[in-house]
Design a protein around this ligand. Structure first.
Ligand SMILES: [Zn+2]
Length: 471
């Protein structure tokens, strides 16, 4: 305002000087006064500068040359703050200007850096909410839509082998508009990366006897490399001490894609084992006459899936591509099964057996569906560790036809136990195991309809009801 007054005054003087004839003595007297005034003014103009105070929310934050340069400065800051997000930031600060004349030595230009510190800026963003919890804020609604679509396509991608009938999110998904600091807004690329990575939660894990890095990973549904990465300085060779605490970083998805459809996949047909009596062999002696080979089949099934996990699978059609070749074993003329060769005894087991795994019993020992089930099927999840029911010696540990990955342990006194359908075996033939030692992980290998532990108790070559031995 002050600058404006000076200008008007100067302008008036000039107009007046031009209009009045110089010859008039009255005028000359007045002119002298005016010239004196102008001389003083000239000095004032040389030693001072016109400037503008920038006032933010009532606080004088600095000096700029004029209002338009202040506005430019603020415009630059707002553009700069939003540039990474492709938007222009805004401010709700009250900005005022005040014109002044300052002595030259007092004129110090406000820098963009200093003004940035004083100015509170925000952007309008779109907040993705999952089950009513805020997840990320993105600059635009279209980017949220694109993000959700990309995430769905990661798990539900139709092609010639996969026909999708429905895709949806398990959780309620919504968007809110928010006014937020630009630092809290992320780009579409970053949001997709975070969504793929999932929500990382840190936990402690206490090392159990018989634990290995691999087993800890399996128990926590992680990869060994992920467990090691959460514990800087460790390698697979780092010795684990029971009772010691390590870090576990569990990842849960922010969002669950539920998809349904029909898929065609190839699957292995495990080979059967066929035994033939060969009188040329001694009793109990065995010989493989034909190596078993797995076959391959094409299965068509309908499925329900959550992210990448298949929840239900209903077989619609099966087509054999390659038949399996049975393993043919010749054995000596005695009628006892092969296993008898290892151990014979009273069948008495004074110490008792412990449960290899705790779980619901899916199938008891005895007749079922017109056949005889010679074991106890105990429910478990894929990768659950199971233990030896009693101390003993591992007779075999490996792939065994319909049993899949299985372990046979001789406990002495003619008693053996078999553990079938494992996803992984943690012992080898010839090894001595103690009661309660983790020996394998639950799976669904071989002839199996889902993850469980098939436990046989064999006494002098014949299976018997495991419930008579387990305590
Ligand atoms: Zn079974």
């Amino acid at each position: 305002m002050k600058r404006l007054k000076f200008n008007l005054y100067g302008h008036h003087i000039n107009q007046w000087l031009q209009k009045i004839p110089w010859k008039s003595p009255k005028v000359i007297g007045s002119s002298l006064v005016i010239l004196l005034m102008m001389g003083a003014g000239g000095y004032y103009y040389q030693t001072t500068t016109s400037a503008t105070y920038v006032i933010i929310n009532g606080e004088n934050v600095g000096i700029v040359s004029d209002v338009s340069s202040a506005k430019n400065l603020i415009d630059n800051i707002l553009a700069d703050k939003g540039s990474a997000l492709g938007v222009k930031a805004k401010t709700s600060d009250k900005i005022e200007y005040s014109s002044v004349r300052l002595s030259n030595k007092d004129y110090k230009q406000l820098t963009e850096e200093n003004l940035t510190e004083k100015l509170a800026v925000y952007v309008e963003g779109f907040e993705l909410r999952v089950a009513n919890n805020p997840i990320f804020v993105l600059p635009r609604q279209e980017e949220i839509d694109k993000l959700l679509k990309s995430y769905q396509e990661m798990f539900a991608q139709p092609d010639e082998t996969n026909q999708i009938t429905s895709v949806s999110f398990q959780e309620e998904v919504g968007t809110n508009t928010v006014e937020i600091s630009p630092e809290k807004v992320i780009t579409y690329e970053r949001a997709l990366e975070k969504l793929k990575l999932g929500n990382v939660q840190k936990e402690n894990y206490i090392i159990q006897p018989n634990d290995s890095w691999w087993l800890i990973a399996r128990k926590n549904d992680l990869k060994t490399s992920e467990v090691l990465a959460a514990n800087p300085g460790t390698t697979v060779d780092t010795v684990l001490k029971p009772g010691q605490t390590i870090n576990i970083e569990k990842v849960s998805p922010y969002l669950t894609v539920e998809s349904k459809g029909t898929r065609t996949d190839k699957e292995i047909i495990p080979f059967d084992e066929v035994t033939k009596i060969d009188t040329t062999l001694a009793s109990g002696q065995t010989k493989i006459i034909q190596e078993g080979r797995d076959g391959e089949k094409e299965i068509k099934y309908s499925y329900e899936q959550k992210n990448d996990k298949v929840i239900t699978k209903t077989i619609l059609d099966e087509k054999v591509i390659k038949d399996s070749t049975p393993q043919i074993i010749a054995k000596g003329p005695k009628r006892e099964p092969v296993v008898v060769a290892y151990s014979r005894g009273s069948g008495q087991f004074s110490a008792g057996m412990i449960w290899p795994i705790r779980g619901k019993i899916n199938s008891y020992y005895g007749y079922r569906n017109g056949g005889f089930h010679n074991a106890l099927d105990i429910n478990g999840s894929l990768g659950d560790p199971y233990v030896a029911t009693a101390k003993g010696k591992v007779i075999s540990a490996g792939w065994n036809g319909n049993y899949g990955n299985s372990i046979l342990i001789d406990h002495g006194n003619g008693i053996m136990t078999r553990y079938a359908h494992s996803s992984k075996l943690l012992v080898a033939a010839g090894q001595t195991v103690s009661q309660g030692q983790t020996i394998g992980l639950v799976g669904s290998t071989g002839r199996s309809s889902g993850p469980h532990l098939h436990l046989e108790v064999i006494v002098n070559g014949d299976t018997t009801n495991p419930l008579n031995y387990l305590r």
